[in-house]
Design a protein around this ligand. Structure first.
Ligand code: CMP
Length: 138
């Protein structure tokens, strides 16, 4: 069993798509292990997106990800990290394949509804950022 961190970003909450997106993960057979709604501070955004700080698009990304509430979720299942990445599609909603979350529901590279860990190392690091008080999961 593998765990991954998923964020439903501010556009998902704003557009009322939490149920639609969570439903897709549940119907796939992934288990929701933990879930909480949070308002990201700039400092936490910088820790979460440490790899992107300094990139040209980072200032707008920071503005977007701190613009409203998000939902942080730990999903669990066989090969959950790659399964979830396949389900969300490529970064740019314009290019994402139909059938994926971004392909069906997003039309922007920045406002792309969801974030999901891209490797076991990222999953471990990101779960710790959002669920630091659950030592047995780390
Ligand atoms: P995410 O999978 O959360 O990882 C980094 C985020 O930065 C990405 O989704 C997008 O929201 C955003 N992003 C990545 N590349 C670009 C880009 N070229 N222009 C604008 N936003 C981007």
């Amino acid at each position: 069993m593998e765990q991954t961190l998923v964020l439903l970003k501010p556009d998902t909450v704003e557009r009322g798509l939490c149920g639609e997106i969570l439903g897709r993960f549940e119907r796939k057979g992934l288990k929701i292990v933990r879930m909480q709604m949070v308002d990201l501070t700039v400092d936490v955004a910088r820790v979460h997106y440490a790899d992107h700080v300094g990139k040209p698009f980072y200032p707008e990304l920071e503005k977007y990800i701190t613009s409203g509430s998000i939902v942080a979720i730990i999903l669990e299942g066989d090969e959950a990290i790659s399964v979830v990445r396949k389900m969300i599609g490529v970064t740019n909603g314009i290019e994402a394949e139909a059938g994926t979350i971004r392909g069906d529901l997003a039309i922007s590279k920045r406002q792309n509804l969801v974030h999901a860990s891209d490797s076991p190392e990222s999953a471990k690091r990101e779960i710790k950022i959002f669920f630091a008080n659950i030592p047995k999961l780390l």
